[in-house]
Design a protein around this ligand. Structure first.
Ligand code: SF4
Length: 225
């Protein structure tokens, strides 16, 4: 913990004591992005939140799925939430879709251990793989924001329509085609949207546009120095 963070905690505890005596007051309001400042590394941060039950998904998960990859990555790939394989293994993007994502990354000379970090907006699996609820996103998104703050990537890639519209807080009916080929902004970091690898497994027609997107990703990363 930096001395700055230490000062914040000390000030909070002193104010807490003035207001509530020796009882620690814990707020159950949604976590604000700038509040999660205590951890200095992804490992420390994961350890501090892996027991989270801020939303009901925490009670039903098999495994908390924090993220995997290079902690200093230039590229962070973000899906919507863990699926069945991810919940079983505690690792994001495993199974067929995950293996396809690894192949796509390899095609631009990247891998999940080399300059790429992979995670989801939600860290726990929604039942029957339904879309994340707004209340779940509200509770969990600050964790993603802190992960990104620790990694400091050059580029975020939202994988799939649900991840993209959730991160960009857009209308629920917006189509992915309306989000592709544009640079968006996510709390000061460039974000682009492309197809989820599971979509490519369902239909070949998504393969070419996805390849175009990843060529663009490669060029963005190389021109960003
Ligand atoms: S989905 Fe996120 S907020 Fe909900 S219990 Fe899991 S880690 Fe906590």
């Amino acid at each position: 913990m930096t001395s700055n963070n230490g000062n914040v905690v000390e000030r909070y505890l002193r104010q807490n004591r003035q207001l509530f005596g020796d009882e620690i007051y814990v707020s159950f309001e949604p976590v604000q992005p700038d509040v999660i400042v205590g951890s200095e590394s992804l490992t420390e941060f994961e350890e501090s939140i892996h027991d989270c039950t801020r939303c009901s998904l925490g009670e039903r998960r098999t495994n908390f799925v924090f993220g995997v990859g290079d902690p200093n990555a230039d590229l962070v790939c973000v899906g919507e939430a863990p699926g069945a394989d991810e919940d079983a293994q505690g690792v994001p993007f495993v199974g067929r879709a995950g293996r396809l994502l690894d192949k796509i990354l390899a095609s631009i000379n990247l891998s999940r251990n080399n300059n790429v970090y992979i995670c989801n907006v939600l860290k726990c699996r929604p039942p029957n793989n339904r879309d994340p609820l707004a209340s779940e996103v509200e509770q969990c998104e600050p964790y993603l924001i802190r992960q990104l703050d620790l990694i400091k990537p050059k580029l975020i890639v939202a994988l799939g329509r649900v991840a993209a519209k959730t991160l960009l807080k857009l209308d629920s009916n917006i189509a992915l085609k309306d989000l592709r080929n544009k640079q968006h902004d996510y709390y000061g970091t460039k974000l682009i949207a492309t197809y989820h690898p599971a979509a490519l497994l369902r239909s070949d027609r998504f393969k070419r546009p996805t390849w175009e997107d990843f060529k663009w990703i490669r060029s963005i990363l190389s021109t960003e120095g």
